[in-house]
Design a protein around this ligand. Structure first.
Ligand code: SF4
Length: 350
């Protein structure tokens, strides 16, 4: 008997006729790549992709921007930051607006660049805006280690670093399947994702190429129809069960968990990362005694709902009208990883 032809990942996705399923792209890069590669066009109507909280700029709260502006305008420090953050609206203005008022804002490509700038400008106090997840924290720790080695007293971090496990907890029930961010799992390993299946949370780790994304979605759809919680690592060439021990050790050595505010999700206990007491000279909040600042987002902005998969960007009343990449009202329209910028760039019809 002739063996039945094995279906390709694409065929599995296109021909899916199982129950309705909501898949959350935890990572903003996945959102953009899935749009860019035209994968949304392949999905049958009962497969819904929703955006999640994995864009570091998007989940950073308004109050963090306000803190950076306070440091720049009140303390005269030089802010070094990735470019995206410069255009994110704070309560009264963005860092770009602060720059017009005389704030020193420098765009850098890494924390190492910021540390180098500090070493070359001893007359300036330099603060690097440290945001991101498990993937970025090790590089930020390394910059602090280097600053200590170089004897710098003019370099520190304003940290809003976060860790994903608590976010998965907070988002339980928002989706049927998580598309886990491969680069985060490359650092953390897969133990947590495997454990989450015991609480009924299903997911697959996905890479970033067309083949890797199609494979991950196809595996997710096949497993979903089996009716049991599951976890599959579909990015094994990069993600190992144990993750990166080196990165984990560095982060453990220098940082500890703290409560952290996420845009849209509020304060999630233990979901943040801050420097341990031994490194407090490099903690900008302590160094400059930053007062508590409660940021206020534009009331029209629904970034919080977008980040929890509660609405699509195009459901936001100001999407594409008042809020565009040229004039962003919220963080999700600014960042290259933001869901609103993806919907704006590729359209909602795919
Ligand atoms: Fe916020 Fe703009 Fe997205 Fe609306 S379209 S949720 S205002 S970023």
């Amino acid at each position: 008997m002739e063996e039945e032809k094995k279906k390709t990942a694409r065929e599995i996705i296109e021909n899916y006729d199982g129950p309705k399923v909501r898949i959350m792209e935890v990572c903003g890069t996945h959102t953009h790549e899935i749009f860019r590669l035209g994968i949304r066009k392949l999905l049958p109507p009962q497969v819904e992709l929703i955006s999640g909280p994995g864009c570091p700029v998007c989940v950073t709260p308004v109050g963090f921007i306000d803190e950076a502006i306070w440091l720049a305008l009140e303390k005269g420090v030089t802010i070094c930051t990735f470019g995206d953050l410069v255009r994110v609206p704070g309560t009264k203005m963005s860092l770009a607006g602060a720059r017009e008022k005389g704030a020193k804002i420098r765009i850098v490509y890494s924390p190492a660049d910021a540390e180098k700038y500090a070493s070359e400008h001893p007359e300036e106090q330099v603060v690097f805006l440290s945001v991101g997840f498990e993937t970025t924290t090790p590089a930020e720790c390394l910059s602090v280690k280097k600053a200590k080695k170089d004897g710098l007293m003019n370099y520190s971090l304003l940290m809003a670093n976060k860790t994903m496990p608590q976010a998965y907890e907070a988002l339980k029930g928002s989706a049927d399947i998580f598309l886990y961010p491969g680069h985060v799992n490359a650092i953390t390993g897969t133990e947590l994702c495997e454990k989450l299946t015991e609480d009924g949370v299903s997911g697959v780790v996905a890479g970033f190429t067309a083949k890797e994304l199609l494979t991950a979605l196809a595996v997710a759809l096949v497993k979903f129809q089996e009716g049991k919680p599951f976890f599959v690592n579909c990015y094994p060439r990069v993600v190992k069960a144990e993750g990166s021990r080196e990165a984990q050790q560095l982060t453990d050595e220098m940082t500890e968990a703290c409560d952290s505010e996420w845009r849209g999700l509020g304060v999630i206990p233990g979901s943040g990362v801050c420097l341990k007491e031994d490194w407090s000279a490099f903690d900008a909040r302590k160094k400059y005694d930053i007062p508590p600042i409660q940021g206020k987002a534009n009331p029209a902005c629904r970034c919080g709902d977008v980040l929890q998969g509660k609405c699509k960007p195009s459901d936001c009343k100001v999407f594409g009208k008042v809020c565009t990449p040229q004039h962003p009202v919220g963080a999700c329209m600014v960042s290259n990883e933001g869901a609103c910028s993806a919907f704006y760039a590729y359209g909602d019809t795919q």
